[in-house]
Design a binder for this molecule. Structure first.
Ligand SMILES: Cc1cc2nc3c(=O)[nH]c(=O)nc-3n(C[C@H](O)[C@H](O)[C@H](O)COP(=O)(O)OP(=O)(O)OC[C@H]3O[C@@H](n4cnc5c(N)ncnc54)[C@H](O)[C@@H]3O)c2cc1C
Length: 523
């Protein structure tokens, strides 16, 4: 594609499962411009290892998937949204298969795996532990086969353009470092998660909460921001990324051991290593604290399992750990918990519609309420598919509701660089603050301190000119939203745990937090 158009029919920001599925749905209705800020292969979708859940097997029922999802959400799921997810999920997966997605099979039969908190075997995998990569490959190929869709890499969207209460386009920094605008009938935010808010995260570098920050700044409502899921087991090596070590490893029988090599999970939960994610993450934090180590971690131990089976079932995990000289069939794996998934995001209805006209959100950037206070494993790829398709469908009705605002190049600028050491330091400061004070175990004093410090940092993110400075501003914005929402929720629920209110308070807080500008309410 030669340059970006000054106007188009639909802009989809994000080329993960949600954005690509929405674009495919929109293709018949008009021209669709899909933007990715780096390569299409750099997204949370690409890294999803565990699988995708749906009630497709003979032994399963939609009602059981519904119940398991509601249980994981700890009372806070929007049951209508979950109903949509589990009822439409199987059809969306069959469609994916028809478009060429290869899920693992035994002969011709799909193989359904079992995961913690799922009452039936309902998880589809691709090449063992590369499910997201395979889904993304197939969706991208399908999108590329449709003439009205243009998927453009390295285009960094910075903000939404509004006229009154309506979104009419976006501003971006192009691959060439030029500030541009594109007008359109509707925008979908499919920008994924915000794991980069935290010092330790399983998310790739693109997950900086851009969509949530753009929507918030434009005046849209965001919801459930306090609920960040921490994955208990990410590889912990000083100079390596926090590579995810899937839940399925514990499903296959892996043990957790503290640095004295003792198994400890039985002290914390009757299900031991198979306890819910948040329980395991808090248990690990406690073991790390009592170890008093300067640089604490615990171990994941697979050495008692059948080595050949482990290699066959987890080829990507095996190969990645081998790159760091860890043979998972013989060596203990050092791990720490890491920020993994944002349950909250841009508040939408069941069709992905946000609170501003012309604005939609889907996938991890959205808050439909489908995950409640804690996400059931393997439900998020499914959410991206189901709600991506729904948002695409709903956006069709926006076509030419408003005359697209003509955009085009704005001004030449050195907006792609150079790398600013001050910005990197600032981002590091935000990540440490969030990890220490708005992380797995939250205290009143820590949350207060983090809000105050973030507010003090506001002038440093006020006028971003480079991509990285925009990311810093977005992380700062998302961090404040998480901290404010966490402080306001005076209870513990799902992934949100605070020491001063360790129990549920259903009377006051069986509701969703909603933030718009300075106002915060529970609905
Ligand atoms: C390591 C890991 C393992 C996981 N395992 C599973 C699993 O087994 N099963 C499961 O269901 N879920 C899993 N998840 C969660 C799941 O992968 C994600 O929630 C889901 O893929 C999110 O899809 P998405 O389309 O919303 O966003 P993403 O796939 O993250 O895509 C976001 C897109 O937005 C683009 N973007 C962001 N900001 C901008 C901007 N400013 N301008 C332009 N483009 C932008 C990015 O470039 C990217 O293309 C896992 C996540 C991780 C990190």
């Amino acid at each position: 594609m030669k340059g970006l158009p000054a106007e188009t029919d639909f802009v989809v920001i994000g080329a993960g499962v949600a954005g690509l599925r929405a674009a495919i749905e929109l293709a018949e209705a008009g021209r669709v411009l899909v933007l990715a800020k780096k390569e299409v292969t750099n997204s949370n979708t690409q890294y999803a290892q565990g699988g995708i859940a749906a009630a497709l097997s003979d032994e399963d029922e939609v009602s059981l998937h519904l119940q398991d999802t509601l249980n994981a959400g700890d009372g806070l799921c929007n049951s209508e949204a979950v109903k949509v997810l589990v009822e439409e999920g199987p059809g969306r997966i069959e469609e994916l298969i028809a478009w060429g997605t290869h899920f693992d099979r035994n002969g011709t039969k799909l193989v359904f795996g079992r995961e913690g908190a799922h009452s039936r075997s309902r998880i589809l995998h691709a090449q063992g532990d590369s499910t997201g990569r395979e889904i993304l490959r197939a969706l991208y190929a399908k999108a590329q086969s449709l003439k009205t869709i243009s998927v453009v890499e390295f285009e960094f969207s910075t903000s939404l353009i509004t006229e009154g209460e309506r979104v009419t386009g976006i501003s971006l920094i192009s691959e060439k470092g030029i500030g541009e605008e594109v007008g359109c009938s509707a925008v979908l935010l499919a920008t994924g998660g915000m794991g980069q808010l935290y010092r330790n995260t399983t998310n790739p570098d693109v997950a900086t909460g851009d969509g949530v920050a753009m929507a918030f700044r434009a005046g849209a409502e965001v919801s459930d921001m306090e609920f960040i899921q921490f994955h208990p087991t990410a590889l912990y090596l000083k100079k390596a990324p926090r590579f995810l070590l899937s839940e399925a490893l514990r499903g296959e029988g892996a043990y957790l051991r503290n640095i004295e090599l003792n198994r400890f999970m039985a002290k914390y939960h009757p299900l031991g290593e198979l306890a819910p994610r948040d329980v395991v993450a808090r248990a690990i934090v406690h073991e790390m604290e009592v170890s008093r180590a300067k640089d604490p971690f615990v171990y994941l131990d697979l050495t008692h399992l059948d080595a050949a089976k482990v290699q066959k079932r987890f080829p990507r995990i095996y190969a990645t750990c081998m790159q760091h000289n860890i043979d998972i069939t013989e060596d203990l794996i050092p791990i720490r918990p890491a920020a993994h998934y944002a349950m909250g995001g841009v508040r939408t209805d069941l069709h992905g519609k946000a609170s501003l006209a012309g604005l939609y959100a889907a996938g991890e950037a959205a808050a439909t309420g489908v995950h409640g206070a804690n996400r059931l494993a393997s439900n998020s790829l499914l959410e991206g598919l189901v709600y991506g398709a729904r948002a695409g469908n709903a956006m069709r009705s926006e076509l030419r509701q408003a005359r697209p605002r003509a955009g085009g190049p704005k001004k030449a600028a050195s907006q792609n660089g150079p790398v600013d050491a001050g910005i990197e330091e600032l981002i590091g400061q935000i990540q440490d603050l969030m990890w220490n004070d708005v992380g797995i175990v939250r205290t009143w004093a820590g949350m207060q301190k983090s809000i105050q410090t973030l507010q003090e940092l506001t002038p440093r993110v006020a006028h971003p000119h480079t991509r990285r400075a925009h990311e810093a501003a977005n992380l700062h914005c998302a961090g404040l939203l998480v901290a404010r929402s966490a402080l306001a929720r005076q209870e513990s629920r799902g992934a949100h745990y605070r020491t001063d209110y360790p129990d549920h308070d259903d009377k006051k807080f069986l509701r969703h937090s909603v933030v718009k500008s300075e106002s915060m309410r529970f609905v």
